[in-house]
Design a protein around this ligand. Structure first.
Ligand code: ADP
Ligand code: MG
Length: 683
């Protein structure tokens, strides 16, 4: 391939080596096993393969309309073949009265079928008719420059002539291959490009999917091993602070799930190893109190603890609730965010450095280099999917030894996804809501019912409750969305008499201070209704709010709606979630509405969401680069995923450092993969 086309391949498809080309798999195959007789061509078929003799090669037309025409015939009929480009070259290479195999796309011109730019080759006695041919993805730019699917096939054909069994090193150990009936790597790659049968294609795909998932499970497994040998602070005892809080200041009885999780954390931190635990609990399940009591455990053992939330509002909320709960015990808690500046900031930094401040709540500001702890023993990270992997890693550098890490998320993560994303972390689940909660009633309705919906909201507000009205704002810069938000705000003000009701609004374009003030008005109960975009999505806790109205609900994803719904139903009152959709919605949107109506189980919703949307956009995994599978699909291939997990665990038990000779190719491959992604830095 010449330098110019080579350049194009690199730019368009990131193919620059033989290896890249080998991994550019065909996405389908064209069937070249059938030969149609010319007299029996069905003009409705797309592609045909013909065998016949070429005659009458002539040039027609003038200038730009110049073309080469040839006739192909067999014993049943004849058809014209046309070339508009490269006519000169074709004219020289085609021979009359010679038999050819022709493959191409039918077009119909004035009621007559012909084929333009067919793939054509001589039928000599030793050309066997090719069977299935690979079809590769290309780009528009490549096609214009003449790099067609056919050129790709030629490239891969040439490639397979150059390479042999020994060039493609097997990375899966023999016993694993025979146990799981996997064909060799070389064989799989050959068959993936040029399968001679469907069975071989299936075997090839299965083998490479298996390999992809197995490699990911091996990386996770090794990371996990690293965690288990990473020494951590030893929390020896449950002391006075914890016990005093538990006996005298805890405002309610813990649920069994909360107790169980605390026990798990207690056990982790008593081993002398570093804890890396993911705490999953649906919205409202009471994760904060678990975080707080874990922090008290750190205090009892002479350590500091911090809790970090992704936004200013959330860290404020944590601060107020935690400081409130600990007030009577005389434990000082302070808030450190980007807005804390000057003298106060200096003072907090000083207190953290000398150890006199034992609990700090904050945002990313906690990660800044000048924030130094005397002895940070536990870091709690709330709503972790908002935090980048790298940011979490920075907590490591705050001490001579890494703190125990508790990551909390309200986004239930389907099991398959958790296995690939967080397989290295231990997982705790709060699968029980505090008692006395009434399940939220979810109602799906359409725009035509708006008046009724507004009446309902007013009735609730008159009972002393508060309501959220959320507008879609998928892209913060989208002008139309802002216009409809503003129009909605004006409308709401009309529905609610301004002398009697107070309406607050928050959205991403407001200046941070203004947004916080408006939010605070609602949190404090001064505003009855909060008109908002999804900035309120995560974590905000206003127990008095009993209605969540979602406008243009058809534009929201399932998990997002579930998160929003979780903002209500936090008190003892009956709460409602109203999904107000446009009059015309797609079948898929309708399905989402029905799922929302039928369940409040976050895990069920997450599974449905994953199945409907695929893992691509969920949980910000796209940027993380952890899930770049070419063939495997963690939803469709969950059985394979399970298999590879077991196989990876077994192998790592046998040979944790992969030092045995047969494991060297695998070890090398893993080290290469590790360089590509940021695996080593997770938590
Ligand atoms: P989330 O898991 O969404 O962060 P929170 O920790 O904010 O949930 O808790 C939601 C609400 O439930 C809070 O008002 C909290 O005080 C209350 N709560 C938590 N645990 C219990 C419990 N065991 N019994 C009663 N109320 C609880
Ligand atoms: Mg929370």
């Amino acid at each position: 391939m010449g330098p110019q086309r080579g350049d194009l391949l690199r730019k368009e498809l990131e193919i620059s080596t033989f290896e890249d080309l080998l991994y550019h798999y065909p996405y389908r195959y064209s069937d070249r096993s059938q030969i149609t007789r010319i007299g029996f061509i069905d003009p409705r078929t797309e592609y045909v393969q013909l065998v016949g003799t070429i005659i009458n090669i002539i040039e027609e037309g003038e200038g730009r309309k110049k073309r080469l025409v040839a006739t192909l015939y067999d014993e049943t009929g004849r058809i014209e073949l046309l070339w508009f480009q490269g006519a000169q070259w074709m004219k020289k290479s085609l021979r009359e009265n010679t038999r050819y195999i022709v493959y191409g796309k039918l077009s119909v011109f004035n009621g007559v079928v012909n084929i333009a730019h067919p793939e054509i080759e001589l039928q000599s006695s030793d050309t066997s008719i090719p069977g299935r041919q690979p079809v590769y993805s290309t780009t528009e730019k490549l096609r214009i420059r003449g790099i067609t699917n056919r050129s790709f096939a030629k490239l891969t054909q040439a490639l397979f002539e150059k390479i042999h069994q020994g060039d493609i090193i097997e990375i899966l150990p023999d016993d694993i291959r025979s146990r799981y009936r996997l064909c060799s790597r070389y064989q799989a790659l050959c068959w993936l490009h040029y399968p001679d049968t469907e069975e071989h294609e299936r075997m090839a795909r299965h083998r490479m999917k298996w390999e992809e998932l197995f490699l990911s499970q091996m990386m996770i497994g090794r990371l996990r091993l690293q965690h288990t040998i990473q020494r951590g602070w030893h929390f020896e005892k449950v002391g006075d602070t914890f016990n005093d809080f538990y006996k005298n200041h805890l405002p309610f009885e813990l649920t069994n799930a909360q107790k169980r999780v605390l026990k798990e954390i207690r056990q982790d931190t008593a081993t002398g190893k570093q804890m890396n635990r993911l705490l999953q609990g649906d919205v409202g399940s009471g994760k904060t109190i678990v975080a707080l009591m874990s922090m008290l455990l750190a205090l009892d053992n002479g350590f500091q603890a911090c809790i970090m939330a992704p936004t200013e509002i959330l860290s404020q909320q944590h601060f107020f609730s935690i400081a409130g709960l600990l007030q009577e015990m005389g434990i000082e808690v302070r808030l450190l965010t980007g807005n804390v500046k000057g003298k106060v900031r200096k003072e907090i930094l000083q207190q953290l450095a000398d150890g006199s401040l034992r609990i700090v709540v904050g945002t990313h500001a906690l990660l800044e280099d000048n924030v130094q702890f005397k002895n940070l023993g536990l870091a709690v990270i709330d709503e972790q999917h908002r935090f980048g992997v790298g940011q979490r890693a920075r907590l490591w550098s705050k001490n001579e030894m890494p703190p125990h890490i508790l990551v909390m998320t309200a986004t239930p993560i389907p099991r398959t996804l958790a296995m690939t994303l967080y397989g290295d972390l231990d997982v705790s689940v709060i699968d029980e809501l505090p008692p006395g909660r009434q399940p939220i009633k979810t109602i799906f309705t359409k725009d035509g019912q708006r008046a009724k919906v507004m009446q309902f909201l007013r009735k609730e507000v008159d009972k002393g409750r508060q309501a959220y009205i959320v507008y879609p704002l998928i892209d913060e810069s989208e002008k139309m969305d802002y216009e409809s938000l503003m129009a909605g705000y004006e409308q709401v003000k009309m529905w609610f008499n301004e002398n009697k009701y107070r309406i607050a609004m928050v959205h991403g374009k407001q200046e941070a201070g203004e947004r916080q003030r408006n939010m605070q008005r609602f949190v404090a109960g001064e505003a009855h209704v909060l008109v908002a975009t999804t900035v309120i999505e995560v974590g905000v806790n206003v127990p008095n709010a009993s209605v969540m109205l979602i406008e243009s609900a058809e534009r929201f994803g399932l998990s997002q709606m579930h998160q929003l719904r979780g903002r209500v139903g936090r008190g003892a009152e009956q709460s409602y979630c109203i999904l107000l959709a446009g009059s015309k919605i797609s079948e898929e949107s309708y399905k989402r509405m029905k799922i929302m109506e039928s369940t409040t189980d976050g895990f069920k919703i997450a599974e449905e969401d994953l199945a409907m949307r695929g893992p691509g956009d969920m949980y910000g995994t796209k940027q993380s680069g952890l899930m770049k599978f070419k063939l495997a699909d963690i939803v469709l291939d969950s059985a394979v995923l399970e298999e590879t997990r077991v196989a990876a665990q077994q192998l790592l038990t046998q040979d944790p450092s992969l030092s045995a000779t047969p494991h060297q190719p695998l070890r090398y491959m893993l080290s290469q993969k590790g360089k590509e992604s940021h695996w080593g830095k997770i938590s």
